[in-house]
Design a binder for this molecule. Structure first.
Ligand SMILES: Nc1nc2c(ncn2[C@@H]2O[C@H](COP(=O)(O)OP(=O)(O)OP(=O)(O)O)[C@@H](O)[C@H]2O)c(=O)[nH]1
Ligand SMILES: [Mg+2]
Length: 681
């Protein structure tokens, strides 16, 4: 099938991305309303939009997961994926990017949002995904759009190409000039803009701006450059071809303007998408998918109350319908049971999905977000691998009521399946269930989901820090257990040589018995008793880095037993350790913080304020204007580090960390920890 009017065949998939609260969900609503997919345009503030329809999103008035909604425009089908803007929910965006045809990056004229914009544009640039910038909220604009563009330009590696300029009436934007069409329009609320005659000041500014646009395009089109130099007006088709080509080749990032709340600029955006955004054929080529294969990519997983598990996927090649068995690269993903069209949380059963379409497949039990699905004999290789960022904030949770323990476990599995940027760890030592996430709001939403969706009320606490203790002085100590009660007595007697060991050597047990003073068969019991006692040292923590040697003892031919020697070993340690100058050990990690360079000084101050020891400073490789700061830091201080790092970096700073060593902690901080442990015991 050939393309009609230069419009690619097949359903398009477009992601709406951009910094926090820039108006993506509102823009989706405006698109759906403008194209007739919904009757009335809802608002985020009234909680009536197709997007953000979960209770958590409505409650917080922000997107906390992606929304998928489809519509048609001028006979073509489009699926939009509205992605959350908050960095804490960024995984939902990252997981869909590989499969989309193009992205609309919604942003506003706000300098503080530039770092976040840069992060998003980088992801798109690296994946070679064509992208438009939609400069939203120009109803609130207080500066010239060209000034705004200068502000935003550092966020993009390629030129931001202004396609429209606003027309101002009494300091308010009342319409726009389309620089490619050379036409002026006046905005009408919730309906198409009206063409007006381009005259006066707007005409002049329009000419200037058009010339700038053409100049930028001419950087990659020699013939156009010659025309411009010779003052020959370039043919309109050539300009449109260049706009489309340079977008598709990632040479420019076209900028459109509008007001999502009033549906202004939406029609223009849709037309640009229609004519310029690539279609499934180009996307399949970008992903290296061969003709003849049947391939899809899972963008998101939902566990719905009534419909069970839904795998939202884009079909990238072939056709996928009910009853088809799909494979992921590692296992059989399952048999499709139901294909649905999605309109936010509302799903509607439909027939098989063709290449290009984005739908929800039912009951793919073993499919995970990010999986490449295929139906051939041999599973298709993974076309994308999007690893979630490691968690930066943790909470320990438990079911409020013991009876919900099993339910909590099942709910957590589903929660993590829906959102792989959450991880759950069971701490075998403290028996805590620790949930790691991307920030405060992320974890808060996770606990709300557990309550609202899975019906498990939970309690949350700060996770226990892995403190240990050790000793600084050696000792030789006798442990004697003797009990005479009626018939059989109990007798065990050991002498232990206890010595501190170098850091991170753990525990060693040796026996140096001569002459059988402690019979061989009782020795393992002595060791068990020692291990028992080391679990709770005099400070209340596990004792590490000690060597214990059994050097002497005695036994009784009738009264000695495994149990008696075990108790003797325990007594020996328990009596010895308080005399060995016990000391607290705390875990120290190496932390690597990445941040925009202008925030480095603040980051340094944060690290010092948290007992961090700065190891080094570097520019971040491949990241202009970014730094990496490395430091050693106690685990207890990393707990909520992300909150301060984000606030110092307009939300974009982050860190990774790795356990390095245990270090002694003394003085008041240590006393407080010991006292808290005693109080909790
Ligand atoms: N003045 C004005 N306000 C807007 C416009 N578009 C959106 N808003 C408002 O901006 C706020 C955020 O809008 P959303 O659509 O939720 O923004 P978002 O980008 O989806 O937010 P996240 O998904 O949480 O990142 C809401 O209060 C909207 O009413 C606009 O064009 N003009
Ligand atoms: Mg949103």
């Amino acid at each position: 099938m050939g393309d009609k009017e230069g419009v690619p065949q097949g359903s398009r998939c477009i992601a709406l991305v951009g910094p926090f609260q820039s108006g993506k969900t509102t823009l989706l609503e405006a698109i759906l309303a403008r194209t007739g997919a919904v009757q009335r345009q809802g608002t985020v503030d009234a909680g009536t939009t197709v997007g953000d329809s979960s209770k958590e999103a409505r409650d917080h008035k922000m997107s906390v997961e992606l929304t998928v909604a489809s519509t048609t425009f001028m006979g073509d089908s489009y699926t939009f994926v509205d992605c959350p803007g908050s960095v804490e929910f960024v995984h939902d965006m990252r997981a869909v990017l590989p499969a989309i045809d193009a992205a609309v990056v919604v942003c506003e004229a706000d300098e503080r949002k530039v770092p976040q914009l840069q992060l998003i544009l980088r992801e798109l640039e690296d994946l070679k995904i064509p992208r438009f910038l939609f400069l939203n909220k120009i109803d609130k604009a207080d500066k010239q759009v060209r000034e705004t563009l200068k502000l935003l330009q550092p966020a993009s590696r390629v030129p931001l190409l202004l396609r429209q300029i606003p027309i101002w009436t009494n300091d308010i934007v009342s319409g726009f000039v389309d620089l490619a069409l050379e036409r002026a329009y006046v905005y009408k609320e919730h309906t198409a803009s009206e063409v007006v005659k381009l005259e006066g000041d707007a005409l002049e500014r329009g000419k200037d701006a058009r010339f700038s646009m053409l100049e930028t395009l001419a950087d990659h089109d020699d013939e156009l450059m010659e025309q411009l130099l010779a003052d020959i007006p370039p043919p309109r088709d050539r300009v449109f071809d260049d706009l489309a080509r340079e977008l598709r080749d990632g040479l420019v990032c076209p900028v459109l303007i509008g007001v999502a709340t009033r549906t202004n600029g939406v029609l223009r955006l849709m037309k640009a998408l229609r004519h310029e955004a690539p279609g499934i054929a180009a996307t399949a080529k970008r992903l290296g998918i061969k003709a003849g294969d049947t391939v899809g990519l899972v963008l998101k997983t939902f566990h719905t109350t009534h419909g069970g598990k839904l795998s939202v996927a884009r079909v990238l090649a072939g056709q996928i319908g009910d009853g088809v068995t799909l494979n992921s690269p590692t296992e059989e993903a399952g048999r499709v049971s139901g294909v649905s069209k999605m309109m936010g949380q509302v799903t509607e059963k439909r027939g098989p999905a063709a290449a290009g379409e984005t739908v929800a497949f039912g009951k793919l039990d073993h499919a995970r977000t990010g999986d490449t699905l295929s139906s051939g004999k041999q599973a298709h290789a993974a076309i994308a691998e999007v690893k979630p960022y490691p968690g930066v904030l943790a909470i320990a949770i438990s079911a409020k009521e013991r009876k919900d323990d099993v339910k909590l476990g099942l709910a957590l599995n589903k929660l993590v399946e829906e959102d792989p940027s959450l991880t759950v760890h069971h701490n075998p030592e403290t028996h805590e269930v620790v949930v790691w996430g991307q920030g405060e709001m992320h974890l808060r939403v996770a606990t709300e989901r557990l309550a609202d969706r899975f019906g498990v009320a939970i309690e949350r606490r700060r996770p226990t820090v892995g403190y240990r203790e050790t000793i600084k002085k050696p000792i030789v100590q006798r442990g004697r257990h003797k009990k005479q009660s009626g018939g059989h007595g109990q007798f065990g007697d050991v002498v232990l040589d206890i010595k501190p060991q170098p850091r991170s050597t753990g525990f060693v047990f040796e026996e140096k018995i001569t002459g059988g003073v402690v019979p061989r068969n009782y020795i393992p019991s002595v060791e068990e008793g020692v291990i028992d006692a080391l679990k709770h040292g005099p400070l209340g923590f596990q004792v590490v880095d000690v060597a214990v040697a059994l050097i002497d003892g005695s036994y009784h031919s009738v009264d000695s037993s495994d149990m008696a020697f075990r108790i003797a070993g325990r007594i020996g340690i328990t009596e010895a350790l308080p005399q060995c100058q016990p000391v607290l050990l705390e875990p120290i990690h190496t932390v690597e913080i990445v941040c925009p360079s202008e925030a480095s000084t603040k980051i340094n101050a944060i690290l010092s304020g948290r007992r961090g020891q700065i190891l080094g400073f570097d520019t971040r490789e491949g990241w202009d204007g970014w730094d990496v700061v490395r430091a050693m830091m106690p685990e207890s201080e990393i707990g909520d580090l992300i909150i301060e790092v984000r606030s110092a970096t307009a939300g974009v700073g982050s860190f990774t960390y790795k356990f390095d060593h245990m270090a002694e902690l003394t003085g008041k901080p240590a006393d407080q920890i010991v006292a808290a442990k005693r109080a909790a015991a």
